[in-house]
Design a protein around this ligand. Structure first.
Ligand SMILES: C[S@@+](CC[C@H](N)C(=O)[O-])C[C@H]1O[C@@H](n2cnc3c(N)ncnc32)[C@H](O)[C@@H]1O
Length: 254
């Protein structure tokens, strides 16, 4: 398990209820800009606590959202949040094993994924699965944490990752794009959004150094609160050094 409760409580404190990634509604809106979601069936890979899925169903009008995740406690919490919001008819979650997706061919209009594919080593296999479950002309839109060529050997990155429980796969942008091309996606693109994350992460550090730190410590304890500040600083180091390249990916099934 990578996402224990005290850790996810700390992430939600920073990023909002139901979110295990930064960016919130603005970034989700940017990820789906120009993609018609109204009345569509959407798959969310790595749905975490479900905050994104609420937005896809409410702000963006998806008729049905199915979130998949590999951690049972996250799926359970996501279900509870969706029930509290009265969205159980339209938003559901499935616990899955890493690997093949448990859906038939051409069963989704849109496949979405936010900051989850960074945990998946085999991008080629993942993209092949995404393409398989998409309907013809269906869109794949994702945010992924991509990396500079040698980021896996970077002391800055090592120092950052040593402060948290997460394990990441180091995929450079060129490798991600090549894997999308090889999988057979049309209209693919990889967009570097590092600058925005550099700014928002800097603000996050300011918040964690201010009075909010005490509120966070009251919820998750002093050790986790200190750890979150150290991690945000470590992430800033990896963003500023250019090792971490948060990116938006898009591709379309021909
Ligand atoms: C950083 S969290 C993001 C969660 C959510 N997308 C969000 O933005 O709040 C990454 C999520 O990916 C999930 N995950 C990791 N490996 C996965 C896999 N192979 N398939 C599906 N989900 C996976 C984790 O359990 C976690 O919930």
């Amino acid at each position: 398990m990578q996402y224990a409760k005290d850790f996810t409580d700390a992430l939600q404190f920073m990023w909002g209820e139901g979110f295990l990634s930064p960016g919130g509604p603005d970034e989700v809106a940017e990820m789906v800009a120009g993609i018609e979601l109204t009345g569509k069936r959407v798959l969310d890979i790595g749905s975490g606590l479900g905050g994104v899925d609420i937005l896809l169903a409410t702000d963006h009008g998806a008729a049905e959202v199915i979130g998949v995740d590999v951690e049972p406690q996250l799926v359970e919490s996501a279900r509870a949040l969706i029930a509290a919001r009265g969205l159980t008819e339209r938003v559901t979650f499935q616990l899955v094993e890493p690997g093949a997706l448990p859906f038939s061919d051409a069963s989704f209009d849109v496949v979405f994924s936010k900051d989850a594919m960074v945990h998946v080593e085999d991008k080629a296999a993942l993209y092949a699965e995404v393409l398989r479950v998409l309907k013809p002309r269906g869109w794949f839109t994702a945010a992924d944490w991509l990396w500079a060529e040698d980021a896996g050997k970077s002391a800055v990155v090592e120092a950052w990752l040593s402060m948290g429980p997460l394990k990441f796969a180091f995929t450079p942008p060129a490798v991600a794009l090549r894997a999308m091309i090889n999988a057979g996606f049309a209209e693919r693109r990889v967009t570097d959004v590092r600058r925005r994350l550099q700014q928002s992460n800097r603000k996050e550090i300011e918040v964690l150094e201010g009075p909010a730190r005490q509120r966070l410590a009251a919820i998750v304890g002093e050790t986790m609160a200190s750890n979150r500040l150290a991690s945000a600083k470590g992430r800033q180091g990896a963003l500023d050094s250019g090792d971490l390249i948060p990116s938006h990916l898009r591709g379309r099934r021909p």
